[in-house]
Design a protein around this ligand. Structure first.
Ligand SMILES: [Zn+2]
Length: 636
């Protein structure tokens, strides 16, 4: 690596003569020893329309950004700076300060790449333009866009000695052509895998910096999915710096970790951080003191080519995003995989490890089978039914649900016959008519809701069967393979031919929820299987895994059969039975916990299962450590 002095010499040799040649010598107020953070403190003005705090920029407010910005300064020898970050810590502002510094103090050809042309346009208008307008040192270097031939458009800002071009990672033309010295790659985990047919957009953009020995590349993003996250990969290639802060009580330096955030999961009024050494609790208002004394520590100092930083939202300054906000959001997200993933990515700045892709050994599930007896297990509050329609048979699972969506597979039946004939559906009526005796002193249960798959060859027959029985909770459904689709829709769709209602159910999210529970990732929603169930049933339950792929430039996850041709009817039936439960929750405000409490009051002598977390914890234990639900990519 070249020394700072030699580097400066080259800078002056290369740039200054060019600027003078181009008639810009009057504007050369170049100070190559100036740091981006010092520039920002001196020049940058924030306004209330674009930032939470208006007035002069103060690096002391987000002291962790100082070193990041200083690595972007010309006097720092590194070429590539990587920032893997959480929300609301001011990461974007660090990039903007760098751009302001370039325009004012170290001009050169600059390219800013956003995930798409649209985001580029938005960022140009909402972030860059206000910074230029409100910071006098920049406003005098970039002509107003209203002036004629100003060289100031949404996608290009000319300034003495350089030009700033903004483009989208989805636009290969913007990533080719002229060489660039400064490259700002913003939110790179949102980039499409390919920029048209030209290859990886990050590689394309980086190639353009090759001719500049004094180039700087800044990559910034919140991470997404493990193994697919560009920012995580770049972070791991670097020297992996984490921000360590001192305990106000024992002075022990430590990284802020989610595992040390304590809060009451039933009534979260304040989340605090517990010192990993002395156990003292730190409050959000102490952040200013804690952050100002922090320091970056590299975990892999031997990786000298790239400087890489990791910072979660737990570092968000007091008054921005509190530990309490983050904890409350966690409590809302923890049982929904898609929301939990977003929370993990944006708040912890960690990639999401898709445990759903891990195989579950069906023989382990067989070993967990229990003896149910002839009657319904005591914890069952309600019964639902899921029906998979095949060309020669119906496969039917009847599921009992209890507190916290704990489930019991009460029965699994296969009825052979032709779905186009009334005989088979008469059999279905007999299944639905059955009453189930409870093991405890409670009225018999019948099946409250049923979902029948209308996605196959017999859609019209299924819809015709379900429609007159809808008052008994029998619904025609169809699986919707998109991600983030609600398990039960807000309204029904219509069958194309009969115009009767069909409910589109979010099968991927349903499988996410169910398979996490089958994995044992959550304390709630445990599965129970009866002894004597065929091994093939267990195999079918576990025959699908999550696959990740890029589709139309976006990352998608899909549950797919492990191998072509394997059977998955048992899993489908369970998904439909679960969708039926969700229908009751959504449309009839079913509350399993309330029913379980009522049942317990009616049969006080029977030991009802309690949820894994004891609700009657003594007051001293109210602030409780909440277990991290998943392991993720970054090791501390
Ligand atoms: Zn301490």
């Amino acid at each position: 690596m070249e020394s700072g002095k030699g580097f400066l010499k080259k800078q002056r040799k290369f740039w200054i003569p060019r600027l003078i040649k181009n008639g810009y010598e009057k504007l050369l107020q170049l100070d190559y020893d100036l740091l981006v953070s010092d520039w920002a403190d001196k020049e940058r003005i924030l306004t209330s329309d674009t930032s939470a705090e208006s007035g002069r920029w103060k690096t002391s407010r987000t002291p962790y950004l100082r070193e990041i910005m200083n690595c972007l300064s010309p006097s720092h020898p590194c070429r590539k700076v990587v920032f893997m970050k959480g929300a609301q810590i001011g990461g974007t502002e660090a990039g903007l300060n760098w751009l302001g510094f370039i325009i004012h103090c170290a001009p050169g050809p600059t390219l800013v790449v956003n995930p798409s042309i649209e985001t580029s346009k938005r960022n140009s208008k909402m972030r860059l333009a206000p910074m230029v307008e409100n910071t006098p040192a920049l406003a005098e270097r970039i002509t107003s866009p209203r002036a004629k031939d100003s060289g100031n458009t949404i996608f290009q800002k000319d300034f003495p000695g350089g030009s700033l071009i903004m483009t989208g990672a989805n636009a290969p033309s913007g990533l080719r052509s002229v060489p660039i010295r400064y490259l700002f790659l913003d939110e790179i985990d949102e980039y499409p895998k390919d920029a048209g047919t030209e290859g990886d957009p990050v590689d394309l953009a980086i190639q353009r910096t090759a001719t500049f020995a004094n180039r700087k590349i800044f990559m910034i993003s919140t991470p997404t999915i493990k193994d697919l996250s560009r920012i995580e990969q770049a972070f791991l290639e670097g020297d992996q710096r984490y921000y360590e802060v001192p305990c106000p009580y024992c002075d022990h330096y430590q990284v802020l970790r989610w595992a040390n955030i304590m809060f009451d999961s039933k009534n979260c009024t304040e989340a605090v951080h517990k010192c990993e050494k002395c156990g003292e609790l730190w409050h959000d208002w102490q952040k200013e003191q804690i952050l100002s004394r922090g320091r970056w520590v590299a975990r892999r100092p031997e990786n000298t080519d790239v400087v890489s930083f990791h910072l979660s939202s737990l570092y968000s300054p007091h008054g921005w995003l509190s530990w309490t906000d983050i904890a409350k959001e966690f409590l809302l997200a923890k049982d929904e995989p898609t929301r939990l993933q977003v929370w993990t990515n944006t708040k912890l700045a960690e990639s999401w490890e898709d445990m759903a892709g891990d195989a579950i050994d069906p023989t382990n599930l067989v070993a967990r089978a229990e003896y149910f007896g002839d009657e319904l297990p005591a914890g069952v509050c309600i019964l639902t039914c899921g029906v998979d329609v095949q060309d020669n048979r119906l496969e039917i699972e009847i599921v009992g649900w209890g507190r916290g969506e704990e489930s019991w597979s009460i029965d699994y039946q296969i009825i052979y016959g032709d779905p186009s004939t009334p005989e088979l559906w008469a059999e279905m009526d007999r299944v639905l008519a059955r009453r189930y005796k409870h093991a405890i002193n409670l009225p018999d249960l019948h099946i409250t809701a049923t979902c029948i798959d209308s996605g196959g060859h017999y859609a019209d027959q299924v819809v015709s069967y379900c429609h007159p029985r809808r008052i008994y909770g029998v619904f025609a459904i169809k699986g919707d393979g998109g991600f983030g689709k609600p398990i039960w829709p807000t309204s029904a769709s219509k069958n194309a031919k009969t115009k009767k209602p069909v409910y589109m159910i979010g099968v991927n999210d349903a499988k996410d929820v169910l398979m996490r529970r089958l994995h044992g990732d959550t304390s709630a929603g445990q599965w129970h299987f009866p002894r004597g169930r065929d091994i093939e049933w267990f195999e079918q339950l576990t025959n699908e895994i999550v696959r990740k792929k890029f589709s139309k430039g976006r990352l998608v996850r899909e549950w797919q059969p492990r191998k072509a041709g394997v059977r998955t009817e048992a899993l489908d039936c369970r998904v439909y039975a679960y969708a039926a439960l969700r229908a009751l929750v959504r449309n009839y405000k079913l509350n399993l916990d309330e029913i379980a409490a009522k049942n317990a009051a009616l049969s006080p002598n029977v030991a009802h299962r309690q949820p894994a977390q004891n609700q009657n914890a003594p007051a001293a234990q109210q602030v409780r450590r909440v277990r991290r639900v998943r392991s993720r990519g970054i090791e501390f």
